[in-house]
Design a protein around this ligand. Structure first.
Ligand code: AMP
Ligand code: MG
Length: 271
């Protein structure tokens, strides 16, 4: 599958209404699920190489509107990896301590160490999304933060941390159904948050904040707009993008410093 058509080319302005939410890439759900399961095995193999090599890291940023599928993506795609090499960070409303620092302070601390895959479930982008929609910052500050974000991401790239940013793109109708589902099913009540309804009615404001945020898409830290109405296609496409990137990073098993033929494992008695 060619995932490049879902990448935001650097310098290109995104108008979200031109990007489909219900694309299925021409696959049936059954085909998609079978394909995902083989991609997951490949993902696990490449992650092991990354971990063994321990010279580079991969940071995956997940952004979406409420019920957009961030948690599902963590479960179904990131779940392919050995948890030992994954660092997941969930960014919530900043604490008093966090607000007393620059906005990247808490974010930098959660960047994955070399050898690991980091997942940001929400991220530093909230600092130019929800904050803008709720007018907690003005346009000038948003512009300054976008520059800071670019520079921050360049710093990570220079330090051998690669970055991929996903926006899970759902339609208003899909969000309505998913929120309703959370109300209908008692085992999903815990996911329902009345505050999400206040965010929902700000749909157009979020759209323009996201469209501005996509200006931070660069060759090395690209944004992907993932059609996310079909959960199985969302998972498949994200898995493909991550796999392609891991292959590009081409982590290698380290060359051993010993000659295995020279080493004899000593015999020991049980007692
Ligand atoms: P959830 O991801 O559903 O657990 O919700 C986390 C909440 O934290 C969301 O409402 C986000 O908008 C909010 N949040 C995350 N990061 C920030 C931030 N930097 N500034 C303000 N709110 C944030
Ligand atoms: Mg929520």
């Amino acid at each position: 599958m060619n995932s490049d058509r879902y990448r935001v080319k650097s310098g290109r302005r995104v108008s979200l209404q031109d990007w489909a939410t219900d694309d299925d890439g021409g696959y049936s759900k059954e085909e998609g699920k079978a394909l995902l399961s083989s991609l997951k095995s490949e993902l696990a193999e490449w992650q092991e190489r990354l971990y063994a090599e321990s010279k580079q890291a991969l940071l995956i940023v997940l952004q979406a509107r409420d019920a957009g599928g961030k948690d599902g993506t963590v479960k179904h795609v990131i779940g392919a990896f050995n948890p030992n090499g994954v660092q997941i960070a969930n960014f919530k409303v900043p604490s008093e301590e966090e607000l007393a620092h620059d906005f990247l302070w808490r974010v930098h601390a959660k960047v994955p160490r070399r050898g690991n895959i980091g997942v940001f479930n929400r991220s530093h982008y909230e600092d130019i999304l929800v904050t803008r929609v709720h007018a907690l910052i003005d346009d000038k500050t948003a512009e300054q933060r976008s520059k800071d974000i670019r520079n921050f991401e360049f710093l990570l790239i220079d330090s051998r941390t690669q970055i991929i940013k996903f926006y899970l793109h759902i339609s208003p109708e899909e969000q309505r159904q998913r929120l309703q589902e959370r109300l209908n099913d008692p085992t999903k009540h815990w996911k329902f948050n009345e505050g999400d309804l206040a965010e929902r009615v700000k749909w157009p404001e979020y759209t323009s904040a996201y469209e501005d945020a996509f200006a931070t898409s660069t060759k090395d830290a690209p944004w992907y707009v993932i059609p996310a109405d079909h959960k199985w296609f969302r998972d498949l496409l994200i898995a493909q993008v991550i796999l392609d990137r891991l292959k590009e990073m081409n982590p290698e098993y380290p060359v051993s410093t010993f000659d295995p033929k020279e080493i004899k494992i000593p015999n020991v008695k049980e007692q």
